[in-house]
Design a protein around this ligand. Sequence first.
Ligand code: ATP
Length: 273
Amino acid sequence: YDYTLVNKMVKEVEKSIYETIEFDKTNEILLGVDLGTAYIVLVALDKYRRPIATEMEYANVVRDGLVVDFIGATNIVRRLKRKLEDKLNAELKYAAIAVPPGTSARDCDTHRYVVERAGLEVVKVLDEPTAANAVLNIKDGVIVDIGGGTTGLSIIKENKVIYTADEPTGGTHLSLVIAGNYKIDFESAEEIKKDKYKQKEIFPIVLPVIKKIASIIKKHILESKTDVNSIFLVGGTSCLEGIEQVIEKETGIQTTKPYNPLFITPLGIALNC
Ligand code: ATP
């Protein structure tokens, strides 16, 4: 798999957090809103699908794919929307959103209402693996989304998602283990975990959790009774240096990841707007 184009787009998303990017203001802006357990991310694209502005905020309003703080979530989306509008000097009207596979119709509606209350018309509701694959374009393989609260897995055969699963182990569990080990609070543990200079030191501490994630992946691949040759990692926790090697060793399946896997799903949501 060649990540060249994917990585180029993700770097543009990253750049659009800090830089003003010129675009044609007469055209509609495509917007993706990703409500996650750890972050809420808004990615805006121009009509050529080029990233033009990104905003994100750490949030504790969604748990395991379900909105647990409706007002809090709405306020954050509204605030990030305003920030984007100020940056772009343009009005944002439409958005696409995504939910984990298997989310009930009622919970999908709650996601939608959050974004609509923030002043956006929701034009599409996707499932997360479909969003991620809009960026990766994988024909055969497994996309594993290691997020904050959960690890989601989708097996793709001949361009179609044929099996999905979502299990409650993710980055939060890594941070809890770090917090326990160093006797520090959760927020400090999160900071240490995301600091690439400290990741070598914490790696042995979080290794059992990564192995647990690998065993979840292995179990579902076996249950799906499909032949799988490659694993593609996305989601914030996949940023951890060396995580792909552990998963490859534990599953015996070639495992790769793009540059900054945190932005794959939010970018894919925007591409579908
Ligand atoms: P979920 O998918 O479970 O609903 P989410 O969508 O918020 O959660 P992501 O935004 O994909 O998930 O990832 C969030 C997780 O990624 C958090 O646990 C965060 O600590 C972790 N994370 C973010 N950046 C890094 C990094 N550089 N290294 C390690 N972990 C990271």
